[in-house]
Design a protein around this ligand. Structure first.
Ligand code: PLP
Length: 455
C-alpha cells in the first residue's frame, strides 16, 4: 500500500476540511463529551494505518478508530465490494433473502465455535447485546442479567446498565435486574490474589457466591467480554473463561460472550474466546466484522436457543438487519483477512514487535505500571508510583497529566485510544513492522511526560 505524503493533501481538501470543522462545531452533537470542551481532529484522508488532518499532517493510527478498522483504512477489496453492491441492490428488507447477507452469515458461522450456526444481524454492538439478552430471557423465562464491573457493553439503555465501567451517570435510569460482579484483573486484584491461579480461583468463587445469593432460578444470562477492551484490555488468565462456562452450565444461565471489540482477528483468532477453546451460548459481534466500513453487528446463536424460536416467534428485528452494503463489506473483509493472513500477522506482531517493545518501554519509563495484551490488543497502564499503583488519572476520570501524554502523542503524529490512566495500542492487524516500530518510538517520547509525574 502506498504511503501517501502530505503533498497529496490538496488546497481544496484543506478548505473542505476547514468548512467541515466549522459546521461540526456549529451543528454536530458529539458522543461522551461536554460539547464546549471539544476540539476534534478533522480527518480529510485515510489509508492503511494512516490518517491525515486538514493541515496535511499524517498520523499513525494506533487506535483503529474505535478499535474497529481491523483491516486498516480504505482496503481496496472492501471498498470495491461496497461499490459493486450499491450498484446492484443498495437496500432490501430483512424479510427477503439477499446474497451478501446469506454469504456473510455462512462465513461468520463457519468461524464461530462448533454448534453456533445461525446469525442475527444488527446495526452495531449495543443492539447486538440488547438482542442477545432478550433471546436469553425468552429462552430461559428468567430475567436477571449478570455482568462484570470494569466492562463496556454499549450505549443503549440496557447495554449501559449492564456496562460496569463508571459511565452509569447518576441521570441514567437503573434497569431492574442487572447485577454486577468483580472480574478477574490480576494487576489490581480485587481478591488480594498474589498469583494468577489464586486470582482465577477466587474470582470464580466470588462469581459462584453472587449467582447463589441472587438465585440461579432468577438469572437469565451472564454477559462478559472475552477480553475486556474499553475497561482495560485485561486478558483473563488461563482457567477463568472455562470456569465461567462451567458455572453458567451448572446453574442454567445463558453465557453471552461479548466479542464486539475482541472479535474478528483483534486477538489473532477469529474470536477471543477461541484462545481458551470455550464455547458460549451466544456471541455478540460488530466492529471488526467489516472493519466498520458500513455499520454492522450481530449475534451468533447456538442450536438450543435457535430451537426455541423454530416454532415460537422471536419478537424482535431491525429495519436494516443484514443490510446489503454492510454484509457485502463483511464478506470482503473476512476474505481479505484470510487472504492476507492478518490474524497470523497480529499474533506475530504481538510476539516479535508489540510485546517486546512495550516491555522495553516499561523498563525505561517508571510511569508504566503494567503492559498487557494479545494480538493487536494491548494496554499500557500509567501510574504515579509502582508500589502503590496510584493511577495517572483516577478510574472513571481524566487528569491534566494524562491529557499531556495524549496531547504529545497527537503532536508527534500518533493517534491513540486512551481511557482514564491507560493508552491502548490497538493498531490495524495488517500494520507493517516498520510502521509499528515508528509509532512505538513516538509513544516512547510521549511517555517521558508521564514520567515527570512519578513520585
Ligand atoms: N461491546 C463492547 C465490548 C464494545 O467494546 C462496544 C463498543 O466499544 C460495544 C459493545 C458497543 O458497540 P457499538 O458502539 O457498536 O454499539
Amino acid at each position: 500500500m502506498s504511503l501517501a505524503n502530505t503533498s497529496e493533501i490538496t488546497e481544496a481538501m484543506k478548505a473542505e476540511g476547514q468548512r467541515a470543522y466549522e459546521l461540526d462545531r456549529k451543528h454536530v452533537f458529539h458522543s461522551w463529551s461536554a460539547q464546549d470542551a471539544l476540539d476534534p481532529l478533522t480527518v480529510v484522508k485515510t489509508e492503511g494505518s494512516f490518517v491525515w488532518d486538514a493541515d496535511g499532517k499524517r498520523y499513525i493510527d494506533f487506535s483503529s478508530q474505535m478499535v474497529n478498522t481491523n483491516i486498516g483504512h480504505q482496503h481496496p477489496k472492501v471498498v470495491a465490494a461496497i461499490q459493486e453492491q450499491a450498484a446492484t441492490i443498495a437496500t432490501i428488507a430483512p424479510a427477503h433473502v439477499s446474497a451478501p447477507r446469506s454469504e456473510a452469515a455462512r462465513l461468520i458461522a463457519e468461524r464461530a465455535p462448533e454448534g453456533m450456526n445461525h446469525v442475527f444481524f444488527t446495526n452495531g454492538g449495543a443492539d447486538a447485546n440488547e438482542h442477545a439478552i432478550r433471546m436469553a430471557r425468552l429462552h430461559t423465562g428468567k430475567s436477571k442479567v449478570l455482568s462484570a464491573y470494569r466492562s463496556y457493553h454499549g450505549g443503549t439503555d440496557l447495554a449501559v446498565n449492564v456496562t460496569g465501567d463508571p459511565r452509569r451517570f447518576a441521570s441514567d435510569t437503573a434497569t431492574h435486574g442487572t447485577v454486577h460482579f468483580m472480574p478477574c484483573y490480576p494487576y489490581r486484584s480485587y481478591f488480594h490474589a498474589e498469583t494468577e491461579e489464586e486470582e482465577v480461583q477466587r474470582a470464580l468463587e466470588h462469581l459462584e457466591q453472587t449467582i447463589v445469593l441472587e438465585g440461579p432460578e432468577t438469572i437469565a444470562a451472564l454477559i462478559l467480554e472475552s477480553v475486556p477492551g474499553t475497561a482495560g484490555i485485561y486478558v483473563p488468565p488461563e482457567g477463568y473463561m472455562a470456569g465461567v462456562r462451567e458455572l453458567t452450565k451448572k446453574y442454567g444461565i445463558i453465557f453471552i460472550a461479548d466479542e464486539v471489540m475482541s472479535g474478528f482477528g483483534r486477538t489473532g483468532t477469529w474470536f477471543a474466546i477461541d484462545l481458551w477453546n470455550v464455547t458460549p451460548d451466544l456471541i455478540t459481534f460488530a466492529k471488526g466484522v467489516n472493519s466498520g466500513y458500513v455499520p454492522l453487528g450481530g449475534v451468533v446463536i447456538n442450536e438450543a436457543i435457535y430451537n426455541t424460536f423454530r416454532e415460537r416467534v422471536y419478537p424482535g428485528g431491525l429495519t436494516y438487519s443484514g443490510h446489503p452494503l454492510a454484509t457485502a463489506a463483511a464478506v470482503a473483509a473476512i476474505e481479505a483477512m484470510e487472504e492476507e493472513q492478518m490474524l497470523e500477522n497480529a499474533t506475530r506482531l504481538a510476539s516479535e514487535v508489540i510485546g517486546p517493545e512495550l516491555e522495553r518501554l516499561k523498563n525505561e519509563h517508571p510511569s508504566v505500571g503494567d503492559v498487557r495484551g494479545v494480538g493487536c490488543f494491548w494496554a499500557v497502564e500509567l501510574v504515579t508510583n509502582r508500589d502503590t499503583k496510584e493511577p495517572l488519572a483516577a478510574y472513571g476520570g481524566s487528569s491534566p497529566a494524562m491529557g499531556e501524554v495524549i496531547g504529545k502523542c497527537k503532536e508527534l503524529g500518533l493517534l491513540v485510544f486512551a481511557n482514564f490512566n491507560r493508552i491502548h495500542v490497538v493498531p490495524p492487524l495488517n500494520t507493517s513492522d516498520d510502521i509499528m516500530r515508528e509509532g512505538l518510538a513516538l509513544l516512547d517520547q510521549a511517555l517521558a511526560l508521564a514520567d515527570r509525574h512519578y513520585q
